[in-house]
Ligand binder design. Structure first.
Ligand SMILES: NC(=O)c1ccc[n+]([C@@H]2O[C@H](COP(=O)([O-])OP(=O)(O)OC[C@H]3O[C@@H](n4cnc5c(N)ncnc54)[C@H](O)[C@@H]3O)[C@@H](O)[C@H]2O)c1
Length: 442
């Protein structure tokens, strides 16, 4: 069907897609402007932490299914009959996405592609971007399609190999069907082929709806803390209604990551730019900001007000299972708390190599926090331990050891991962977000 498949942008989406395509028997050329990343990929390092990705990447390298090239889109695209664009689409403060690099890359690629090739945009873009690209490239034989990505970090490979749905927006239905055919899928994957603008909007709406569900769960947590209810039980009862469903109804320290904040802001920008600003959409983002601030002030309320104090933070990535620090609520929280507390120790399973530590330091500033190599060193003699990320590892913490090293153990669990029964048997003061008023000293 396709004889030369190229993926441009080897980040979370691009490298996962490339490895998954190879696993289904397709040869892929992966291109990225970051030479260092390409060198690491050639050596089997996917540069991101995702379950199963490194093993599968190495397998594809050994079988010569995957190849890598650094450079711009025009070189990578020579002779390509299927060219995926997986470039970043960050937004500015108004929510406007920076699409010039993507549109430019699409233009450059199209000039060198094989006749009648397909150019598929996987990045999250504003409605009508695909039309703009198609107009700008000046080659009528190239099919410009949009095929938004719905993977979740932490389960990226599984989601790519077996997605809930494949959405393709295209003017040429034959090109859309051919693309749907080669994408990895399972028998349960729903295939939705539509026009480009609907596909572009579907992605943005999906993420905004997910963000609004979590925002709602966090609102319930805040209400529960002030009314004496248990938000976990409330949300269990609410989510049992099949019309609502129970996913994304777990309260936490706020949502973040590279997608939900950006895509929610992008929808707010879109509603403004089409002349129908929406207070509802705007409030999803601002409510999340308020919640993050409330969690930071709860932490401060749980710290002793006098003397030299130590805060231990367990988890800084935006969710468990990923090393992604982009717009992590944990980082916003520790930055806020650090204005009042100087002695903050951090443990996160992803901060295990010098490169991940330097990534973290480039986000927060060097030497701002003490990074520890295990959770027990982190909490040693701390006045408060706060869990900010839902790493699987934190469900299995040795609470007896934590009690021994902390002295007077107090844990603020914002992710509902610490074993409540064992903590209570050990006499640990465990405060779970969304279950009680988190005040100790005032
Ligand atoms: N990360 C996710 O969970 C996720 C999920 C669904 C959709 N998306 C969307 O997919 C797109 C990509 O996201 P990501 O998280 O994979 O991004 P990323 O930042 O992890 O990766 C982007 C890659 O593109 C490379 N790059 C940047 N400009 C380039 C250029 N001009 N030429 C060649 N390479 C270039 C970068 O070096 C980087 O390796 C975004 O639009 C994002 O919103 C992301």
């Amino acid at each position: 069907m396709y004889s030369r498949v190229v993926v441009l942008g080897a980040g979370y989406v691009g490298i996962t897609l490339s490895v998954a395509l190879c696993a289904t028997g397709i040869n892929v050329l992966v291109a990225d402007i970051d030479e260092n990343k390409i060198d690491r990929l050639k050596n089997g390092d996917p540069c991101i932490r995702e379950d199963g990705l490194e093993e599968l990447l190495k397998k594809q390298i050994d079988s010569s299914r995957i190849d890598f090239i650094s450079g711009d889109a025009s070189v990578a695209a020579i002779g390509a009959d299927l060219f995926f664009i997986c470039l970043p689409t960050d937004v500015d403060i108004s929510g406007k996405p920076q699409l010039d690099a993507l549109i430019n890359a699409a233009h450059m690629a199209s000039q060198n592609m094989a006749p009648n090739g397909s150019l598929a945009v996987k990045s999250t873009v504003l409605p009508e971007t695909t039309f703009k690209i198609a107009k700008s490239i000046g080659r009528r034989d190239i099919n410009v399609l949009v095929c938004p990505e719905f993977l979740q970090e932490g389960t990226a490979l599984r989601d790519t190999l077996s997605p809930d749905r494949i959405v393709i927006g295209a003017e040429n239905l034959q090109a859309a069907s051919e693309l749907a055919e080669i994408l990895p899928k399972s028998e349960n994957t729903e295939i939705i082929i539509t026009d480009p603008t609907s596909a572009e909007l579907a992605k943005m709406i999906s993420n905004t709806m997910l963000a609004s569900k979590v925002t709602f769960a966090n609102l319930v947590a805040d209400i529960a803390e002030l009314t004496g209810a248990n938000s976990h039980d409330v949300l269990l009862a609410v989510g049992a209604d099949k019309r609502i469903g129970n996913t994304h109804l777990r309260p936490g320290p706020g949502w973040g990551g590279s997608c939900l904040p950006k895509d929610t802001q992008m929808l707010a920008y879109l509603t403004q730019s089409i002349g129908m600003p929406s207070q509802f959409v705007d409030s999803i983002y601002s409510e999340n900001k308020n919640h993050i601030e409330r969690v930071a002030s709860s932490i401060l309320g749980l710290m002793p007000q006098k003397g030299s104090t130590k805060l231990a933070v367990l988890g800084v990535t935006f969710k468990g299972g990923t090393d992604d620090l982009r717009r992590s609520p944990a980082i916003e929280i520790i930055n806020e708390v650090s204005k009042k507390v100087s002695n903050i120790h951090i443990y996160d399973p992803s901060l295990s190599s010098s490169s991940t530590v330097s990534d973290f330091e480039s986000v927060v500033g060097q030497n701002k926090f003490f990074i520890t190599e295990d959770p027990y060193k982190c909490v040693d003699s701390a006045d408060l331990a706060v869990v900010l990320t839902d790493w699987e590892e934190f469900t299995k913490l040795d609470l007896a050891l934590i009690k021994a090293v902390m002295g007077t153990p107090v844990i603020y669990d914002t992710r509902n991962v610490v074993d409540e029964t064992v903590a209570s048997e050990l006499g640990i003061d465990l405060i779970k977000l969304g279950t009680q008023n988190p005040k100790r000293f005032s």
